[in-house]
Design a protein around this ligand. Structure first.
Ligand code: HEM
Length: 463
Protein backbone atom coordinates (compact mmCIF):
# COMPACT_ATOMS: atom_id res chain seq x y z
CA UNK A 1 0.00 0.00 0.00
CA UNK A 2 2.61 2.49 1.10
CA UNK A 3 4.46 1.67 -2.07
CA UNK A 4 1.41 2.63 -4.10
CA UNK A 5 0.93 5.84 -2.13
CA UNK A 6 4.55 6.80 -2.71
CA UNK A 7 4.15 6.24 -6.36
CA UNK A 8 1.02 8.32 -6.43
CA UNK A 9 3.05 11.23 -5.11
CA UNK A 10 5.56 11.08 -7.90
CA UNK A 11 4.79 14.01 -10.23
CA UNK A 12 3.15 12.86 -13.45
CA UNK A 13 5.55 12.09 -16.28
CA UNK A 14 5.45 14.87 -18.90
CA UNK A 15 2.88 13.94 -21.52
CA UNK A 16 5.15 14.91 -24.39
CA UNK A 17 8.89 15.28 -24.96
CA UNK A 18 10.33 18.78 -24.60
CA UNK A 19 11.65 18.92 -28.13
CA UNK A 20 9.80 18.04 -31.31
CA UNK A 21 10.65 14.85 -33.25
CA UNK A 22 14.18 14.57 -34.65
CA UNK A 23 16.26 12.10 -36.62
CA UNK A 24 18.60 9.82 -34.63
CA UNK A 25 22.00 10.73 -36.07
CA UNK A 26 24.78 8.14 -36.35
CA UNK A 27 26.99 7.84 -33.28
CA UNK A 28 29.49 5.30 -34.68
CA UNK A 29 31.28 5.16 -38.05
CA UNK A 30 29.06 3.28 -40.45
CA UNK A 31 31.48 1.86 -43.03
CA UNK A 32 30.31 1.20 -46.56
CA UNK A 33 27.79 -1.54 -45.76
CA UNK A 34 26.36 0.33 -42.79
CA UNK A 35 26.12 3.48 -44.90
CA UNK A 36 24.28 1.61 -47.62
CA UNK A 37 21.79 0.24 -45.13
CA UNK A 38 21.31 3.58 -43.38
CA UNK A 39 21.10 5.42 -46.71
CA UNK A 40 18.34 3.14 -47.93
CA UNK A 41 16.43 3.70 -44.68
CA UNK A 42 16.93 7.40 -44.27
CA UNK A 43 19.76 9.41 -45.77
CA UNK A 44 19.83 11.66 -42.73
CA UNK A 45 21.04 8.75 -40.64
CA UNK A 46 24.30 9.02 -42.59
CA UNK A 47 24.99 12.29 -40.81
CA UNK A 48 27.04 11.62 -37.71
CA UNK A 49 25.88 13.18 -34.45
CA UNK A 50 29.19 15.08 -34.24
CA UNK A 51 28.13 17.02 -37.34
CA UNK A 52 26.09 19.12 -34.90
CA UNK A 53 29.31 20.03 -33.01
CA UNK A 54 32.14 20.08 -35.59
CA UNK A 55 32.83 22.58 -38.41
CA UNK A 56 33.73 19.87 -40.94
CA UNK A 57 33.90 16.07 -41.09
CA UNK A 58 35.77 14.21 -43.80
CA UNK A 59 35.73 10.55 -44.74
CA UNK A 60 35.88 8.06 -47.55
CA UNK A 61 33.12 5.62 -48.46
CA UNK A 62 34.17 4.66 -51.96
CA UNK A 63 34.67 8.39 -52.69
CA UNK A 64 36.31 11.09 -50.59
CA UNK A 65 33.63 13.24 -48.99
CA UNK A 66 33.42 16.20 -46.63
CA UNK A 67 30.42 17.41 -44.64
CA UNK A 68 30.65 21.16 -44.08
CA UNK A 69 28.85 22.92 -41.22
CA UNK A 70 31.02 26.03 -40.87
CA UNK A 71 29.21 29.22 -42.04
CA UNK A 72 32.40 30.81 -43.49
CA UNK A 73 33.21 27.67 -45.47
CA UNK A 74 29.60 27.49 -46.65
CA UNK A 75 29.84 31.08 -47.86
CA UNK A 76 32.93 30.10 -49.84
CA UNK A 77 31.23 27.08 -51.44
CA UNK A 78 27.92 28.76 -52.23
CA UNK A 79 28.99 32.30 -52.99
CA UNK A 80 32.68 33.21 -53.22
CA UNK A 81 33.98 30.16 -55.13
CA UNK A 82 30.71 28.98 -56.65
CA UNK A 83 32.37 27.98 -59.98
CA UNK A 84 34.64 25.55 -58.15
CA UNK A 85 31.71 23.84 -56.48
CA UNK A 86 29.04 23.00 -59.07
CA UNK A 87 26.10 20.82 -58.12
CA UNK A 88 27.15 17.22 -57.76
CA UNK A 89 26.98 14.75 -60.61
CA UNK A 90 24.39 12.96 -58.51
CA UNK A 91 21.92 15.84 -58.51
CA UNK A 92 22.15 15.91 -62.28
CA UNK A 93 21.73 12.17 -62.71
CA UNK A 94 18.57 12.26 -60.68
CA UNK A 95 16.89 15.29 -62.12
CA UNK A 96 17.97 15.46 -65.74
CA UNK A 97 15.59 12.80 -67.12
CA UNK A 98 12.63 14.71 -65.65
CA UNK A 99 13.54 18.33 -66.12
CA UNK A 100 16.29 18.35 -68.76
CA UNK A 101 19.10 20.87 -68.57
CA UNK A 102 16.86 23.43 -66.87
CA UNK A 103 17.62 26.11 -64.32
CA UNK A 104 17.96 23.64 -61.46
CA UNK A 105 20.64 21.46 -63.06
CA UNK A 106 22.38 23.55 -65.72
CA UNK A 107 25.84 25.04 -65.07
CA UNK A 108 27.93 27.91 -66.42
CA UNK A 109 26.58 29.94 -69.34
CA UNK A 110 23.74 27.48 -69.90
CA UNK A 111 22.52 28.19 -66.35
CA UNK A 112 23.27 31.93 -66.38
CA UNK A 113 21.08 32.92 -69.30
CA UNK A 114 18.17 30.89 -67.94
CA UNK A 115 18.55 32.48 -64.50
CA UNK A 116 18.65 35.97 -66.03
CA UNK A 117 15.51 35.16 -68.02
CA UNK A 118 13.57 33.67 -65.10
CA UNK A 119 14.63 36.09 -62.33
CA UNK A 120 12.15 38.88 -63.24
CA UNK A 121 9.35 36.30 -63.35
CA UNK A 122 9.76 35.90 -59.56
CA UNK A 123 9.94 39.62 -58.76
CA UNK A 124 8.07 40.76 -55.67
CA UNK A 125 5.37 42.37 -57.82
CA UNK A 126 4.75 39.28 -59.95
CA UNK A 127 4.64 36.96 -56.94
CA UNK A 128 2.25 39.31 -55.09
CA UNK A 129 -0.01 39.29 -58.17
CA UNK A 130 -0.29 35.49 -57.85
CA UNK A 131 -1.60 35.87 -54.28
CA UNK A 132 -5.26 35.23 -55.21
CA UNK A 133 -4.35 31.71 -56.44
CA UNK A 134 -2.82 31.02 -53.03
CA UNK A 135 -5.79 32.50 -51.15
CA UNK A 136 -8.12 30.34 -53.21
CA UNK A 137 -6.08 27.21 -52.38
CA UNK A 138 -6.19 28.19 -48.67
CA UNK A 139 -10.01 28.46 -48.88
CA UNK A 140 -10.30 25.07 -50.54
CA UNK A 141 -7.95 23.48 -48.00
CA UNK A 142 -10.04 24.89 -45.16
CA UNK A 143 -13.22 23.46 -46.73
CA UNK A 144 -11.61 20.02 -46.84
CA UNK A 145 -10.24 20.30 -43.32
CA UNK A 146 -13.61 21.54 -42.02
CA UNK A 147 -15.05 18.22 -43.16
CA UNK A 148 -12.56 16.44 -40.87
CA UNK A 149 -13.30 18.39 -37.66
CA UNK A 150 -13.71 16.20 -34.62
CA UNK A 151 -11.40 13.60 -36.17
CA UNK A 152 -7.73 13.20 -37.00
CA UNK A 153 -6.63 14.18 -40.51
CA UNK A 154 -3.43 13.65 -42.45
CA UNK A 155 -2.41 17.27 -42.90
CA UNK A 156 0.52 16.32 -45.11
CA UNK A 157 -1.86 15.01 -47.78
CA UNK A 158 -4.00 18.12 -47.46
CA UNK A 159 -1.00 20.41 -47.85
CA UNK A 160 0.33 18.49 -50.87
CA UNK A 161 -3.08 18.90 -52.51
CA UNK A 162 -3.12 22.63 -51.70
CA UNK A 163 0.38 23.43 -52.95
CA UNK A 164 -0.07 21.30 -56.06
CA UNK A 165 -3.23 23.27 -56.84
CA UNK A 166 -1.26 26.50 -56.56
CA UNK A 167 1.69 25.47 -58.69
CA UNK A 168 -0.42 23.80 -61.38
CA UNK A 169 -2.76 26.83 -61.50
CA UNK A 170 0.15 29.16 -62.17
CA UNK A 171 1.83 26.95 -64.77
CA UNK A 172 -0.31 24.72 -66.97
CA UNK A 173 -3.76 25.36 -65.47
CA UNK A 174 -5.81 25.75 -68.63
CA UNK A 175 -3.67 23.61 -70.89
CA UNK A 176 -5.30 21.17 -73.25
CA UNK A 177 -5.95 17.98 -71.34
CA UNK A 178 -3.76 18.94 -68.39
CA UNK A 179 -4.85 16.37 -65.87
CA UNK A 180 -3.71 17.51 -62.45
CA UNK A 181 -4.05 14.11 -60.83
CA UNK A 182 -2.06 12.19 -63.43
CA UNK A 183 0.75 14.75 -63.56
CA UNK A 184 0.91 14.69 -59.81
CA UNK A 185 1.12 10.89 -59.81
CA UNK A 186 3.87 10.86 -62.43
CA UNK A 187 5.98 13.26 -60.35
CA UNK A 188 5.40 11.34 -57.14
CA UNK A 189 6.39 8.06 -58.79
CA UNK A 190 9.46 9.60 -60.27
CA UNK A 191 10.62 11.01 -56.96
CA UNK A 192 10.09 7.79 -55.03
CA UNK A 193 11.82 5.66 -57.67
CA UNK A 194 14.82 7.92 -58.10
CA UNK A 195 15.40 8.75 -54.44
CA UNK A 196 17.49 5.68 -53.86
CA UNK A 197 19.83 6.61 -56.71
CA UNK A 198 20.81 9.79 -54.98
CA UNK A 199 21.49 8.08 -51.72
CA UNK A 200 23.69 5.42 -53.28
CA UNK A 201 25.65 7.91 -55.33
CA UNK A 202 26.17 10.44 -52.57
CA UNK A 203 27.93 7.87 -50.46
CA UNK A 204 29.90 6.59 -53.45
CA UNK A 205 28.46 3.09 -53.70
CA UNK A 206 30.32 1.00 -56.31
CA UNK A 207 28.77 0.97 -59.78
CA UNK A 208 27.61 -2.66 -59.54
CA UNK A 209 25.09 -1.78 -56.85
CA UNK A 210 21.83 -1.65 -58.83
CA UNK A 211 20.30 1.81 -59.17
CA UNK A 212 16.55 1.29 -59.42
CA UNK A 213 15.84 4.74 -60.80
CA UNK A 214 18.06 4.31 -63.83
CA UNK A 215 16.17 1.24 -64.91
CA UNK A 216 12.97 3.17 -65.13
CA UNK A 217 11.36 3.90 -68.47
CA UNK A 218 8.74 6.41 -67.66
CA UNK A 219 5.80 6.48 -69.99
CA UNK A 220 4.07 8.77 -67.51
CA UNK A 221 6.96 11.21 -67.73
CA UNK A 222 6.82 11.26 -71.55
CA UNK A 223 3.11 11.80 -71.41
CA UNK A 224 3.50 14.66 -69.02
CA UNK A 225 6.01 16.38 -71.29
CA UNK A 226 3.72 16.03 -74.28
CA UNK A 227 0.80 17.58 -72.40
CA UNK A 228 3.00 20.41 -71.11
CA UNK A 229 4.25 21.21 -74.63
CA UNK A 230 0.67 21.36 -75.89
CA UNK A 231 -0.25 23.80 -73.09
CA UNK A 232 2.66 26.07 -73.93
CA UNK A 233 1.83 26.14 -77.64
CA UNK A 234 -1.82 26.85 -76.87
CA UNK A 235 -0.93 29.75 -74.60
CA UNK A 236 1.46 31.19 -77.18
CA UNK A 237 -1.36 31.14 -79.71
CA UNK A 238 -4.01 32.57 -77.35
CA UNK A 239 -1.92 35.19 -75.56
CA UNK A 240 -1.45 35.88 -71.85
CA UNK A 241 -4.12 35.72 -69.14
CA UNK A 242 -5.33 39.07 -67.72
CA UNK A 243 -3.11 38.53 -64.66
CA UNK A 244 -0.04 36.84 -66.14
CA UNK A 245 0.90 33.56 -64.46
CA UNK A 246 4.32 31.86 -64.42
CA UNK A 247 3.70 30.33 -67.84
CA UNK A 248 2.81 33.71 -69.42
CA UNK A 249 5.76 35.43 -67.77
CA UNK A 250 8.16 32.72 -68.91
CA UNK A 251 6.77 32.74 -72.48
CA UNK A 252 7.26 36.53 -72.60
CA UNK A 253 10.66 36.39 -70.88
CA UNK A 254 13.95 37.02 -72.60
CA UNK A 255 17.56 37.14 -71.49
CA UNK A 256 18.22 40.86 -70.97
CA UNK A 257 21.85 40.39 -72.11
CA UNK A 258 21.51 38.32 -75.28
CA UNK A 259 17.83 38.70 -76.10
CA UNK A 260 17.59 34.90 -76.28
CA UNK A 261 14.12 33.45 -75.61
CA UNK A 262 13.20 29.96 -74.52
CA UNK A 263 12.01 27.34 -76.97
CA UNK A 264 8.98 25.22 -76.10
CA UNK A 265 11.11 22.34 -74.69
CA UNK A 266 13.17 24.81 -72.64
CA UNK A 267 10.02 26.43 -71.25
CA UNK A 268 8.51 23.05 -70.51
CA UNK A 269 11.59 21.81 -68.64
CA UNK A 270 11.71 24.95 -66.52
CA UNK A 271 8.01 24.95 -65.73
CA UNK A 272 8.19 21.28 -64.77
CA UNK A 273 11.16 22.23 -62.60
CA UNK A 274 9.01 24.78 -60.79
CA UNK A 275 6.41 22.08 -60.18
CA UNK A 276 8.93 19.51 -58.95
CA UNK A 277 11.02 21.96 -56.88
CA UNK A 278 8.15 24.03 -55.62
CA UNK A 279 5.14 22.08 -54.52
CA UNK A 280 6.31 19.32 -52.22
CA UNK A 281 8.86 21.53 -50.49
CA UNK A 282 6.16 24.07 -49.63
CA UNK A 283 3.72 21.33 -48.56
CA UNK A 284 6.37 19.92 -46.24
CA UNK A 285 6.98 23.33 -44.71
CA UNK A 286 3.27 23.75 -44.05
CA UNK A 287 2.68 20.30 -42.61
CA UNK A 288 5.75 20.45 -40.34
CA UNK A 289 4.60 23.92 -39.23
CA UNK A 290 1.18 22.56 -38.30
CA UNK A 291 2.83 19.69 -36.43
CA UNK A 292 4.99 22.17 -34.50
CA UNK A 293 1.96 24.33 -33.64
CA UNK A 294 0.19 21.22 -32.34
CA UNK A 295 3.33 20.35 -30.39
CA UNK A 296 3.40 23.80 -28.77
CA UNK A 297 -0.19 24.91 -27.99
CA UNK A 298 1.06 28.18 -26.49
CA UNK A 299 2.64 29.26 -29.78
CA UNK A 300 -0.44 28.06 -31.61
CA UNK A 301 -2.74 30.18 -29.43
CA UNK A 302 -0.64 33.30 -29.97
CA UNK A 303 -0.47 32.69 -33.72
CA UNK A 304 -4.23 32.16 -33.90
CA UNK A 305 -4.85 35.42 -32.02
CA UNK A 306 -2.68 37.28 -34.52
CA UNK A 307 -4.27 35.61 -37.56
CA UNK A 308 -7.81 36.24 -36.29
CA UNK A 309 -7.07 39.86 -35.45
CA UNK A 310 -5.76 40.52 -38.95
CA UNK A 311 -8.15 38.35 -40.95
CA UNK A 312 -11.45 38.15 -39.12
CA UNK A 313 -13.45 35.63 -41.16
CA UNK A 314 -11.67 35.98 -44.45
CA UNK A 315 -8.75 33.99 -45.83
CA UNK A 316 -5.31 35.62 -45.91
CA UNK A 317 -4.06 37.47 -48.99
CA UNK A 318 -0.63 38.57 -50.17
CA UNK A 319 -1.31 42.03 -48.72
CA UNK A 320 -1.68 40.52 -45.21
CA UNK A 321 1.72 38.85 -45.14
CA UNK A 322 3.60 41.75 -43.55
CA UNK A 323 0.92 42.04 -40.83
CA UNK A 324 1.45 38.42 -39.77
CA UNK A 325 4.99 38.43 -38.34
CA UNK A 326 4.47 35.55 -35.92
CA UNK A 327 3.14 33.30 -38.68
CA UNK A 328 6.24 34.16 -40.71
CA UNK A 329 8.50 33.39 -37.71
CA UNK A 330 6.80 29.99 -37.35
CA UNK A 331 7.52 29.30 -41.02
CA UNK A 332 11.16 30.38 -40.61
CA UNK A 333 11.63 28.23 -37.52
CA UNK A 334 9.95 25.27 -39.24
CA UNK A 335 12.41 25.61 -42.12
CA UNK A 336 15.23 25.53 -39.56
CA UNK A 337 14.06 22.38 -37.77
CA UNK A 338 12.79 20.51 -40.83
CA UNK A 339 14.50 21.99 -43.91
CA UNK A 340 12.86 20.26 -46.90
CA UNK A 341 16.20 20.33 -48.77
CA UNK A 342 18.08 18.88 -45.82
CA UNK A 343 21.11 17.66 -47.71
CA UNK A 344 22.74 19.51 -50.65
CA UNK A 345 25.81 18.22 -52.45
CA UNK A 346 28.52 19.57 -54.71
CA UNK A 347 31.51 18.08 -56.57
CA UNK A 348 34.76 20.04 -56.04
CA UNK A 349 36.45 21.08 -59.31
CA UNK A 350 39.63 22.61 -57.88
CA UNK A 351 41.96 22.01 -54.97
CA UNK A 352 40.96 24.08 -51.97
CA UNK A 353 41.18 24.24 -48.20
CA UNK A 354 38.06 24.37 -46.06
CA UNK A 355 38.40 24.72 -42.26
CA UNK A 356 42.00 23.54 -42.60
CA UNK A 357 41.01 20.38 -44.54
CA UNK A 358 42.41 19.63 -47.96
CA UNK A 359 39.76 19.42 -50.69
CA UNK A 360 40.78 17.66 -53.92
CA UNK A 361 39.13 17.94 -57.33
CA UNK A 362 36.44 15.25 -57.56
CA UNK A 363 35.70 15.21 -53.82
CA UNK A 364 32.04 15.21 -52.82
CA UNK A 365 31.21 18.19 -50.65
CA UNK A 366 28.03 17.66 -48.66
CA UNK A 367 26.08 20.53 -47.11
CA UNK A 368 24.05 18.82 -44.38
CA UNK A 369 21.57 21.63 -43.83
CA UNK A 370 19.72 19.53 -41.25
CA UNK A 371 22.85 19.35 -39.03
CA UNK A 372 23.78 22.99 -39.71
CA UNK A 373 20.38 24.12 -38.47
CA UNK A 374 20.80 22.12 -35.26
CA UNK A 375 24.46 22.92 -34.71
CA UNK A 376 25.20 23.38 -30.99
CA UNK A 377 27.71 26.17 -31.58
CA UNK A 378 25.43 28.16 -33.86
CA UNK A 379 22.05 27.86 -32.13
CA UNK A 380 21.00 27.89 -28.47
CA UNK A 381 18.62 25.05 -27.56
CA UNK A 382 19.13 23.90 -31.12
CA UNK A 383 16.43 21.20 -31.08
CA UNK A 384 13.79 23.38 -29.44
CA UNK A 385 10.94 25.07 -31.33
CA UNK A 386 11.33 28.80 -30.67
CA UNK A 387 9.86 30.96 -33.44
CA UNK A 388 11.00 34.10 -31.57
CA UNK A 389 14.57 33.45 -32.72
CA UNK A 390 13.46 34.93 -36.03
CA UNK A 391 11.80 38.02 -34.52
CA UNK A 392 14.85 39.95 -35.67
CA UNK A 393 15.78 38.22 -38.93
CA UNK A 394 18.95 40.31 -39.22
CA UNK A 395 20.30 38.79 -36.00
CA UNK A 396 20.48 35.36 -37.68
CA UNK A 397 23.85 34.49 -39.25
CA UNK A 398 23.01 34.22 -42.94
CA UNK A 399 25.22 31.21 -43.68
CA UNK A 400 24.09 29.36 -40.54
CA UNK A 401 20.54 29.26 -41.90
CA UNK A 402 20.24 27.95 -45.45
CA UNK A 403 16.77 26.49 -46.13
CA UNK A 404 16.90 28.00 -49.62
CA UNK A 405 20.66 27.71 -50.18
CA UNK A 406 22.47 30.98 -50.94
CA UNK A 407 24.71 32.73 -53.46
CA UNK A 408 23.85 32.88 -57.16
CA UNK A 409 22.02 29.51 -56.99
CA UNK A 410 19.73 30.47 -54.15
CA UNK A 411 16.19 29.18 -54.60
CA UNK A 412 14.48 31.34 -57.20
CA UNK A 413 11.07 30.51 -55.70
CA UNK A 414 11.84 31.43 -52.07
CA UNK A 415 9.52 34.47 -51.98
CA UNK A 416 6.80 32.58 -53.79
CA UNK A 417 7.06 29.73 -51.23
CA UNK A 418 7.16 32.00 -48.19
CA UNK A 419 4.18 34.03 -49.35
CA UNK A 420 2.20 30.86 -50.05
CA UNK A 421 3.15 29.28 -46.71
CA UNK A 422 2.13 32.37 -44.69
CA UNK A 423 -1.19 32.74 -46.56
CA UNK A 424 -2.19 29.10 -46.06
CA UNK A 425 -0.88 28.73 -42.49
CA UNK A 426 -2.52 31.95 -41.25
CA UNK A 427 -5.86 30.99 -42.82
CA UNK A 428 -5.83 27.53 -41.23
CA UNK A 429 -4.67 28.67 -37.78
CA UNK A 430 -7.36 31.36 -37.68
CA UNK A 431 -10.06 28.77 -38.36
CA UNK A 432 -8.90 25.53 -36.70
CA UNK A 433 -7.24 24.19 -33.59
CA UNK A 434 -4.70 21.41 -34.20
CA UNK A 435 -3.61 18.82 -31.63
CA UNK A 436 -1.16 15.91 -31.54
CA UNK A 437 -2.55 12.41 -31.91
CA UNK A 438 -0.95 10.16 -29.25
CA UNK A 439 1.25 7.45 -30.77
CA UNK A 440 1.22 9.09 -34.20
CA UNK A 441 4.23 11.40 -34.19
CA UNK A 442 5.60 11.99 -37.68
CA UNK A 443 9.03 10.49 -38.32
CA UNK A 444 11.40 12.68 -40.37
CA UNK A 445 12.83 10.69 -43.27
CA UNK A 446 14.91 12.05 -46.12
CA UNK A 447 13.79 10.90 -49.60
CA UNK A 448 15.15 13.68 -51.81
CA UNK A 449 13.30 15.97 -49.41
CA UNK A 450 12.78 15.71 -45.65
CA UNK A 451 9.40 14.02 -45.35
CA UNK A 452 7.22 12.93 -42.43
CA UNK A 453 6.98 9.16 -42.78
CA UNK A 454 3.38 8.05 -42.37
CA UNK A 455 2.11 11.61 -42.81
CA UNK A 456 1.29 14.32 -40.27
CA UNK A 457 -1.81 13.18 -38.39
CA UNK A 458 -3.35 15.86 -36.23
CA UNK A 459 -6.65 16.23 -34.41
CA UNK A 460 -8.72 19.07 -35.89
CA UNK A 461 -11.34 21.22 -34.11
CA UNK A 462 -12.96 24.45 -35.19
CA UNK A 463 -11.28 27.45 -33.53
C1 HEM B 1 9.75 25.91 -48.94
C2 HEM B 1 9.89 25.70 -50.23
C3 HEM B 1 11.21 25.57 -50.93
C4 HEM B 1 12.43 25.18 -50.45
C5 HEM B 1 12.79 24.76 -49.03
C6 HEM B 1 13.36 25.24 -51.56
C7 HEM B 1 14.73 24.96 -51.46
C8 HEM B 1 15.63 25.15 -52.47
C9 HEM B 1 17.06 25.03 -52.32
C10 HEM B 1 17.80 24.65 -51.04
C11 HEM B 1 17.63 25.32 -53.52
C12 HEM B 1 19.12 25.35 -53.84
C13 HEM B 1 19.64 23.97 -54.17
C14 HEM B 1 21.16 23.90 -54.25
O1 HEM B 1 21.82 24.95 -54.16
O2 HEM B 1 21.67 22.78 -54.39
C15 HEM B 1 16.55 25.60 -54.45
C16 HEM B 1 16.73 25.92 -55.78
C17 HEM B 1 15.68 26.13 -56.66
N1 HEM B 1 14.33 26.20 -56.35
FE1 HEM B 1 13.53 26.05 -54.49
N2 HEM B 1 12.69 25.65 -52.69
C18 HEM B 1 11.38 25.87 -52.35
C19 HEM B 1 10.37 26.34 -53.19
C20 HEM B 1 10.53 26.59 -54.53
C21 HEM B 1 9.49 27.08 -55.40
C22 HEM B 1 8.07 27.45 -54.96
C23 HEM B 1 10.01 27.13 -56.68
C24 HEM B 1 9.38 27.57 -57.99
C25 HEM B 1 8.15 27.94 -58.14
C26 HEM B 1 11.40 26.69 -56.57
C27 HEM B 1 12.28 26.60 -57.64
C28 HEM B 1 13.64 26.42 -57.51
C29 HEM B 1 14.57 26.48 -58.63
C30 HEM B 1 14.21 26.71 -60.10
C31 HEM B 1 15.86 26.30 -58.10
C32 HEM B 1 17.19 26.30 -58.87
C33 HEM B 1 17.72 27.72 -58.94
C34 HEM B 1 19.09 27.85 -59.63
O3 HEM B 1 19.89 26.92 -59.55
O4 HEM B 1 19.29 28.90 -60.25
N3 HEM B 1 11.67 26.37 -55.27
N4 HEM B 1 15.33 25.52 -53.78
Amino acid sequence: MSDLRDRAMVPPVAAQPVTPVRVPLATAPLGIWGSLQAGRRNVLELIPEIATEAPIISGRTGKRWHMVMDPDALRRILRDRVEDYPKSVVTKLILEPAIGDSLFVAEGQEWLWQRRTAAPVFSHRNVAALGPVMTHAAERASDRIAAATGRAANLFDEMVTATFEVISDVTFSDGAGFDRASVHKAIEQYISQTAKVSILDIIGAPPWVPRPGRMMTSAAMRDMKRVADASIDKRRAEGAKPVPDLLDLMVAGEDPKSGRRMTTPELRDNLLTFIVAGHETTALTLSWALYLCAFDPQVQTEARAQAQAVLGDRAATAADVTSLPLIRQIVDETLRLYPPAAFLSRTAQAADTLCGCEILPGDTVILPIYALHRHRKLWTDADAFQPARFADAKAVDRFAYLPFGDGPRICIGANFALQEAVIILATLLARFRFSLVPGKSPKPVMILTLRPEGGVWLGVERA
